[in-house]
Design a binder for this molecule. Structure first.
Ligand code: ACG
Length: 428
């Protein structure tokens, strides 16, 4: 399995454009990433996932127009290498995000190699929509229709074409050889319309790149997500954290208990997270600080790799709106004025207001939510074996969940109290 030996890590997701500006243009970049390593090291994380860094016409970068070049706003490949070297010298591991289900419509392949993409034939239902939100997936182009699961600007690659498979493998190899420690494989369940085919290709893909940390983004039920865990090494478990937030909000343990049972046999392969760039931030979903600290504690008390979404350690709010998804990728607040050195400012601020006590500088100096998060990070580091622990004896009683994590003679009993009132619980 790809993830072996990498489990005792604590992750941090960075939306590059919004994190730290190193050259004074208000856009996050590689120099800024390098400058932020000290902060990340103080926080205690050691695995960094950065959102796509390739040339792309969009602000988010998931529509790549050239995989062999970096986004000029972020710096050159040399600048990236410098960041990587510095990160490695400080014992960080770095994952890059690789969108391989689709490219930008402005990738030269779309003009030069139409056979790299999926075109409708006489049997295609061009009115077909995505099964989760009814958005059309076939788009007119000249006299034909192409498939673009994520919209017109992002045509899907054709994995029935062996040349596409080889191209994608060689791109991944290039970046791996440059020194990245692994990949987040974006939209990995969409490569084929068939989970078995996806799993087989991902296995082949990873084998061709070599040892590393690989995580597949499979946003689905545990039953489906689990199918990918063994082939890839790691998967995100969207389900369990959706259930956790529900349980905390409702102060009822049922949803999380059920999700734990459904996920227990692949928890070790999970990237655990409370929010990411596709959903509302944890501070907006769980506004109460005490309840939110509880969520972070649980994040650190589960097998797998815990991941923090940049800014969540500061309690920054952000509500996901599909019409304005950039509201959850707001500039990271380095200083209270939000305009001093290092600050990004590429978008107007809706949530991360200046002088509201969100900034890293303020919280580091005067106290804040960050210290609560750090405390739980420290607990996890002290008991890093939890990452590979087995979850047994999972019980629920009266709003309280109890489980045991154990690994090679080490054992922790965890009691999670979701209840609204004082309760008496009995566990065998
Ligand atoms: C990735 C990236 C995302 C990126 C793209 C495109 C893909 O993280 O930032 O968007 O490169 C689907 C895909 C994911 C995709 C998200 C955005 N994320 O599977 O790969 O959309 C259902 C579906 C999921 C779906 C999810 C979205 O099944 O497939 O994710 O809804 O809401 C239970 C069910 C589960 C269900 C959930 C929610 O858990 O078990 O099946 O999931 O409930 O209902 C980029 C940009 C975006 C931009 C886009 C065009 O970042 O801002 O809009 O490009």
């Amino acid at each position: 399995m790809g993830g072996k030996g990498y489990r005792a890590l604590i992750g941090y997701e960075i939306f590059v454009r919004s994190f730290r500006d190193g050259n004074g243009d208000g856009i996050g970049d590689f120099k800024g990433l390098k400058d932020s390593l000290e902060y990340l090291s103080l926080l205690g994380v050691d695995l960094i996932w950065i959102t796509p860094i390739f040339r792309s016409p969009s602000y988010h970068g998931y529509d790549v127009s050239d995989y062999m070049e970096t986004n000029p706003s972020y710096g050159t490949i040399e600048d990236f290498r410098e960041f990587l070297n510095e990160a490695h010298s400080m014992d960080f591991k770095v994952l890059i995000d690789l969108p391989i289900n689709h490219t930008s419509i402005r990738h030269r392949w779309f003009k030069e190699r139409p056979d790299f993409y999926i075109w409708a034939d006489e049997n295609t239902d061009i009115n077909q929509t995505r099964d989760w939100d009814n958005v059309p997936i076939w788009h007119p182009f000249g006299k034909r229709y192409f498939k673009g699961t994520f919209g017109y600007c992002m045509p899907d690659l054709n994995y029935e074409n062996d040349e596409v498979k080889e191209k994608v493998k060689s791109i991944a190899k290039f970046w791996k050889e440059l020194g990245v420690d692994g990949l987040r494989i974006d939209a990995a369940k969409h490569l084929y319309d068939d989970h078995r085919k996806n799993v087989a290709f991902l296995r082949e893909f990873i084998e061709s790149i070599g040892d590393g940390i690989y995580v597949a983004e499979i946003w689905d039920s545990p039953k489906i997500t689990k199918l990918y865990a063994d082939a890839v090494g790691f998967v995100y478990n969207f389900h369990i954290f959706g259930a956790l937030k529900k349980s905390i909000r409702e102060r009822r343990s049922g949803s999380f208990y059920k999700a734990l049972l459904e996920s227990r046999d692949f928890l070790k392969c999970n990237f655990n997270f409370l929010s990411n760039h596709d959903v509302s931030r944890i501070a907006s979903e769980v506004p109460g600080e005490k309840e939110r600290e509880f969520a972070f504690a649980i994040l650190m008390l589960l097998p797998g790799i815990p991941f923090i979404y940049y800014g969540d350690e500061l309690g920054v709010p952000g509500v996901y709106d599909p019409k304005f998804p950039e509201d959850v990728v707001e500039p990271f607040p380095w200083t209270e004025d939000m305009c001093s050195d290092g600050q990004t400012s590429w978008k107007s601020i809706k949530f991360t207001k200046a002088y509201h006590g969100y900034s890293a500088e303020h919280q580091m100096k005067y106290g804040g939510f960050i210290w609560k998060v750090k405390r739980w990070i420290d607990v996890r580091k002290e008991h890093d074996w939890i990452s590979e622990g087995e979850l047994t004896e999972i019980y629920e009683n009266n709003g309280v969940i109890r489980y045991t994590i154990s690994k090679e003679g080490k054992k922790a009993n965890v009691l999670l109290d979701f209840a609204r009132f004082e309760v008496t619980v009995k566990f065998s």
